[in-house]
Write a protein that binds this ligand. Sequence first.
Ligand code: NAD
Ligand code: DAU
Length: 341
Amino acid sequence: MKILVTGGAGFIGSNFIRHILRTYPRYAVLNLDKLTYAGNLENLADLESNPNYQFIKGDVCVSADIESALRGVDAIVHFAAESHVDRSIADARAFVETNVQGTYNLMDSARRNRVGRFLYVSTDEVYGSLAPGDRADEGFPLAPNSPYAASKAASDLLARSFWHTYAFPVIITRASNNYGPYQFPEKLIPLMITLALEGSKLPVYGDGLNERDWIFVEDHCRALSIVLHDGRGGEIYNIGYGQPVSNLTVVRQILRILGRTDEAIEFVTDRPGHDRRYALNAAKIERELGWKPEVGLDAGLIRTVEWYRSHPDWIQEAKSGEYREYYERFYVNRGTSLAEI
Ligand code: NAD
Ligand code: DAU
C-alpha cells in the first residue's frame, strides 16, 4: 500500500508515519508538508534512510503540488493544518486557507484521481464546549467555537458532503487533545514542560478548571491505522481516552514529575471564548474496530516529560525562528493579549 500523508512533519503526522512504517515495513509513505513553523523534518530524522519513506515539500492549497504527489497513491491520511487555537484567535486567515480551502483542494484532486481511501483527521473541538456530565458521541451536534474549530468543522462537513454526493471514500476521525513526543511547545503540555525545565512561570488561563480528554499520541496513531485499514467509508469515529481532567491537574502533575512546586503556576488572563469542557464518547471505535487506549495520563506524562528532558536541542530549535517573537511577546512578556498579536 502507498499512503500519502499530509502534514507528516508535524506532531501527530510524524508519530503516525513512524507507527505505520514500523507496523507495516512493506508500505510506502509519501509525506507532503509545507514545513510551516510547526513542521520539522528532524521529527523524522530516523527514517531518512528508509527506502519506503519519501518527503516532498508541498502545500495542500497548491493543486500542482498535490497532483504530482497523488500518482500511484492508494490512500491519503490528511493531517496538514494550522492547529493552534490561540493563533487562530490572533489571526484566522491561514486557518481558513489551509484547513478549509486546502482540504477541499486535496479532496477534489483525490476524487478526480480516484484515490481509494481518504482519512480526514478532525477534532473533538467541532462539538464545542460540553455541559458537565455530557459526552459527545458521533451524532452530537456540531458547535465549533474558536476560528480553528470552525475551520476544522467546515472541512468535516465538506468531507461528509463528498461522501454523500460523490460516494468519495472518506472517513472522518475526531480525536481529543493529543500529547507526547514531538509536539510543538505552544500547546499546553509541551509548553508547560519546557517552561518548567527552564525555571519559568507556567501560565494557566482563567481558573485552570477547563477540562480536556488527553490521549497519548501513540494511542491516537494506532487508532488511525485501524480506521485506515478497517473503518467503513462515510463513517465518523471519535478517538479519545475517556477521562476529562482539568488543566490545573495536568500542570500540577507535570510539576510533580519535575520536582517543582505549585508556586510555579501563574494564573493569567483567560483565552477569549475559551471552551470549558471537552469529553468524548469513543464507544463506537471500540465496539466496531476493537480499539482501546492503552496509555494512561500518569504514564504518558512521565514518558512525555522524559522525552523533552532528553531533547534540549529539539526544544531550542523549535523556539528559534518565527516562533521566537510570538513566544517572547505572548509567553514571556505577558503584557500582550492574544487579540493584539
Ligand atoms: P501540527 O501543527 O503539529 O502539524 C501540522 C503540520 O501541517 C505541520 O508539519 C505543518 O508544516 C503542516 N502544514 C501546515 N499547513 C500546511 C499546508 N498548507 N500544506 C502542507 N502542510 C501544511 O499539528 P498536529 O497537532 O500534529 O495536528 C495534526 C492534525 O490533527 C490537524 O489536522 C489537527 O487539526 C488534528 N488534530 C490535532 C489534535 C491535537 O491535539 N494536536 C487533536 C485532534 C485533531
Ligand atoms: O481537542 C483537540 C484539540 O486540542 C486539537 O484539535 C487542537 O489542534 C489542539 O491545539 C488542542 O486544542 P486546545 O485549545 O484544547 O489545546 P491547547 O494545548 O492550546 O490548550 C489546552 C488547554 O490548556 C486549554 O483549556 C487552554 C489551556 N492553556 C493553554 C495554553 C497554551 C493554558 O491554560 N495555558 C496555556 O499557555
